[in-house]
Design a binder for this molecule. Structure first.
Ligand code: SAM
Length: 329
């Protein structure tokens, strides 16, 4: 093995905690909400071994019904599930595919055989940042995958740099990363529909308290806090939250060290308060940018000099964690 291939493999082994495979039911549930936005588009799944990825299988199965122009997928070196060499698969037609959904190995083989030159091996390790993957990224209209959790910041930064549409899975903790939150504040990224507890397939070697063996004999991990990040339009971003509470200083006290009131539940946001309010992070699930403006979040360094945030806020000396600061428009 060459030195660089060895280094790539070592990187893959070190990144083994990134091996969480998305279930088809989770993909279907979310993606069907965006169907019309995929028509005529080149879709790229850039962390996806076609032999194992349900993203690839979903798009291949819906290629015609969704009117996709092209489907590209590239895999990363050293998958503990399939252990294939990094490859690129490009599909431009599924005409003649007998089964309704590409779920079986035979279907993949059929697709590969009926798309001349569809499979090529990559020169490098299939890293989404590699030159050959960036060339494919430049060609794509929409990127859709579950990228490695450990590289989420870099992954999103690259999508923004290439000005791509995307629909991706990630840990919901990433909301409070400085770089991600900045995108949320500037309306360049928002959360999708189905966020929260999910179960992912993991390699058999993952033996942790949150993993279990399913009826199909495969190992799964239950994760409490993952969700969809996108810049594709969603209907819920245009829905207006209605509120029934009125502001009183007793119910909504101000922080000791920051000029904003504290609101413990999104449903309790007072309808008549015009200043800055600290609300739980779950607000983002209901965020309509025409109704509210996000001015920052507590616990970060703040947003480009607009506000300077304390590391934590207090009410009568009691610490309040993780609040998003919002204002009515
Ligand atoms: C969270 S898993 C999800 C796999 C697949 N996208 C899915 O949803 O089932 C992340 C995948 O990214 C791959 N990966 C890790 N580092 C990568 C990198 N630098 N570039 C591309 N893929 C990478 C891993 O091997 C893993 O298969």
């Amino acid at each position: 093995m060459t030195k660089s291939l060895n280094a790539s493999l070592n990187r893959a082994i070190n990144a083994k905690n990134d091996e969480f495979y998305t279930q088809r039911s989770d993909i279907e549930k979310e993606l069907k909400r965006y169907k019309e936005q995929f028509r005529g588009k080149v879709v790229y799944c850039n962390c996806d071994d076609p032999y194992e990825s349900n993203f690839f299988k979903f798009f291949a199965a819906n290629f015609e019904a969704w009117g996709l122009r092209k489907l590209i997928t590239t895999s990363y070196i050293g998958s503990p599930i399939t252990d294939t060499e990094p490859l690129k698969l490009e599909i431009e037609t599924v005409a003649g595919l007998a089964s309704k959904g590409v779920v079986k190995y035979d279907d993949l083989v059929w697709l590969i055989e009926h798309n001349e030159g569809a499979v090529t091996y990559l020169n490098g390790d299939g890293d989404f940042r590699s030159e050959e993957c960036c060339t494919l990224l430049a060609e794509a209209d929409i990127v859709c995958t579950n990228p490695p959790f450990s590289l989420f910041r870099e992954y999103v930064a690259q999508l923004v740099e290439y000005d791509k549409k995307f629909l991706i899975l990630g840990s919901l903790n990433a909301i409070t990363y400085k770089e991600i939150f900045k995108l949320i504040m500037t309306d360049r990224l928002w959360v999708g529909y189905n966020n929260g507890a999910k179960t992912y397939q993991v390699p058999d070697s993952y033996i942790q308290s949150n993993t279990f063996v399913g009826k199909d004999g495969k190992r799964y991990a239950a994760m409490g806090n993952t969700g969809w990040y996108t810049n594709l339009d969603t209907a819920k971003r245009h829905e207006w939250l209605s509120h029934y509470k009125r502001y009183t200083p007793e119910e909504f006290p101000k922080y000791d060290n920051y000029d904003a009131i504290n609101v413990n539940k999104v449903a309790d946001i007072p309808q008549d308060y015009g200043g800055v309010m600290g609300v739980p992070v779950t607000f983002l699930d209901k965020y309509n940018p025409e109704q509210f403006e996000i001015v920052g979040h507590i616990g970060s360094v703040g947003a480009d000099g607009v506000y300077s945030f304390a590391n934590a806020v207090y009410i009568s000396g009691r610490k309040v964690f993780k609040r998003i600061l919002i204002k009515r428009r």
